[in-house]
Design a protein around this ligand. Structure first.
Ligand SMILES: [Zn+2]
Length: 84
């Protein structure tokens, strides 16, 4: 199944034109400084976030620009995109 992502420059395009850039925000700059409990929380809790997540995406098959998107981790549908 493929999805459409609304690029802020190009409009609705197939997800295959885009590259996922990772979750935006609060990632620690140096995970080595976390203790084991913090590391488990960081590693496992964040992977299973249910709901809306803000992510970086790159439109490699179009304008070749980075932008931000909110995507539902439940449905995979990108609801909103904007320029950083
Ligand atoms: Zn684009």
């Amino acid at each position: 199944m493929s999805y459409l992502i609304p690029c802020p420059h190009c409009g609705q395009r197939d997800v295959g034109e885009f590259r996922f850039g990772g979750e935006k925000g609060s990632r620690p700059t140096n995970p080595d400084q976390l203790n084991a409990s913090q590391w488990a929380h960081y590693t496992y809790d964040r992977k299973n976030v249910m709901g809306m997540q803000t992510e970086w995406w790159y439109h490699r098959g179009g304008c070749r620009q980075w932008f931000l998107a909110t995507r539902s981790t439940i449905t995979n549908i990108v609801e909103k995109t904007w320029l950083p």
